[in-house]
Ligand binder design. Structure first.
Ligand SMILES: Cc1cc2nc3c(=O)[nH]c(=O)nc-3n(C[C@H](O)[C@H](O)[C@H](O)COP(=O)(O)OP(=O)(O)OC[C@H]3O[C@@H](n4cnc5c(N)ncnc54)[C@H](O)[C@@H]3O)c2cc1C
Length: 433
């Protein structure tokens, strides 16, 4: 059927599927249009290229049930199995151009203490249970250099902070607004390094196990290979048209595609000027995450610093002494082809000089036209107003997705789920008018 549905949802990631599932649970008729050949969007697990006995998690993987209420609720509802990571052991840091086993030299321990305190104090101004754009925190929407200016930090401490922000954002750390980073610090128990220590649980079989359960149990109708090109609204409803000329009629629409690709959808009538201005330029989040099979590294490695990869975490240790590691870098901090074994090996050797990378696998989210980047990272001065603007509906159309999630969990899977809940509530209001 091509409608009229109560709602049409654009994008079958966590946000779109959560919104559709909630609406179907409320007795609404819903169809999801997904441009790609699979569901899951920026969560993507598949056999490791060249090592099909392993699974590569190429997008979102880590969650925390204690801190993330939406993920906790969904996992409990569907009885999804999670596995706990082992704690890191052999740490390596590159700060101020030096490879170290402690992040900063002894002379900067006081600086380290001050930046951690400064971040924690800023995060305590944010209430994790409330919408970010409703809180008086616009002054935190600044660059890292503006944020740390009063502290006069030493070079190693500054590099440690830059590396942490680059790890989280995949951006040049000096070009990213601090608001999201400080907000997530609030989410992770007001702990600046909370995301490193608290994100220790992963879905057994990948995040798709949860999404598949949501789709199957609520019998969601999903049409793959339906690339939405135009969304038209009239007083009576919404017509969503795909690139290849198909159309679906509905009384409302949830747009849950990544914000970097929204400028390729033709909205009629056009979006508000504010939304259009924000969406005209790419955001800064251009991360890469190579999965790699490595040997000759110390037990349970963890690396952080201003190398070609800004972080390396353990995925799994094998009986033969090799390890599955995840690297994190971003185009903004250093150029690297995450699918090139030699380049990835050189990057790992900056931290672990004897390392041998046997195989590497990655998805290039930045050149994939359905994403054109990773999670949304705003420029300084744009994060706060972007959230406020994007969470305003356009008559019968509401926006969802982790990129627009107006909570401390923005950018994470929790943010996508949260925005899905909110979108379903927004659509319910529209349908009840
Ligand atoms: C490398 C990487 C690592 C990450 N690590 C973590 C982590 O460890 N933990 C965590 O919680 N989060 C992590 N994240 C973030 C997490 O994956 C995302 O927050 C979440 O998956 C986003 O879900 P979403 O529904 O908002 O968007 P998406 O999953 O991107 O879904 C949007 C969908 O819209 C589709 N689409 C695009 N254009 C169109 C169109 N025109 N018509 C129809 N459909 C369209 C896309 O194909 C996509 O399927 C990571 C992300 C990346 C990229």
């Amino acid at each position: 059927m091509n409608g009229p549905y109560d709602a049409v949802v654009v994008g079958a990631g966590f946000a779109g599927i959560t919104a559709a599932r909630d609406l179907v649970d409320r007795g609404r008729s819903v169809v999801i249009l997904e441009a790609g050949p699979r569901i899951g969007g920026r969560t993507y697990a598949r056999p490791f290229a060249g090592r099909e006995d392993l699974m590569a998690e190429l997008g979102g993987s880590w969650v925390n049930r204690d801190l993330q209420p939406g993920i906790r609720r969904e996992i409990q509802r569907y009885g999804i199995a999670l596995a706990e990571d082992v704690a890191p052991g052999s740490a390596a840091f590159i700060t101020d151009g030096v490879l170290r086993s402690f992040p900063v030299p002894g002379s900067e321990i006081g600086d380290l203490e001050r930046i951690v305190g400064h971040l924690r104090d800023a995060s305590k101004r944010i209430a994790p249970s409330q919408r970010l754009s409703s809180q008086p925190i616009r002054d935190l929407d600044v660059s890292v250099d503006e944020f740390i200016a009063p502290l006069d930090l030493g070079p190693a401490t500054r590099d440690l902070l830059y590396a942490t922000i680059a790890w989280y954002t995949g951006a040049d750390p000096r070009e990213a607004s601090m608001l999201s980073f400080i907000a997530q610090t609030a989410g992770f128990g007001h702990s600046p390094y909370g995301f490193a220590s608290a994100l220790t649980e992963r879905f057994v079989g990948g995040a798709g196990t949860l999404l598949d359960s949501m789709v199957d149990q609520s019998r969601l109708e999903i049409r793959l290979h339906h690339h939405v090109a135009r969304i038209e609204q009239t007083a009576a409803g919404v017509t969503v048209r795909t690139r290849d000329g198909q159309s679906v009629e509905a009384r409302s629409c949830v747009v849950a595609a990544p914000t970097n690709v929204l400028r390729h959808i033709d909205f009629s009538p056009g979006l508000s000027d504010e939304k259009r201005n924000f969406l005209a330029a790419n955001h800064q989040g251009r991360a890469y995450k190579p999965s790699m099979v490595v040997r000759n590294v110390p037990p349970r490695p963890f690396a952080l610093g201003m190398g070609a990869l800004q972080a390396i975490c353990l995925g799994h240790e094998f009986a033969d002494g090799s390890s599955l590691l995840k690297g994190f870098g971003g185009e903004g901090a250093a150029k690297l082809d995450p699918t090139n074994r030699e380049q990835v090996e050189a990057a790992v050797r900056e931290y672990y000089p004897d390392a041998e990378v046997l195989a590497v696998d990655a998805h290039d989210w930045n050149t994939d036209p359905l994403f054109d980047g990773t999670h949304r990272i705003d420029r300084p001065g744009q994060a706060y107003d972007f959230l406020r603007a994007m969470n305003e509906p356009e008559d019968r159309v509401v926006f969802a997705g982790t990129d627009v999630d107006d909570s401390v969990w923005r950018t994470w899977m929790e943010g996508a789920v949260n925005s899905g809940y909110r979108a379903a509530d927004g659509v319910s209001v529209i349908l009840g008018r």
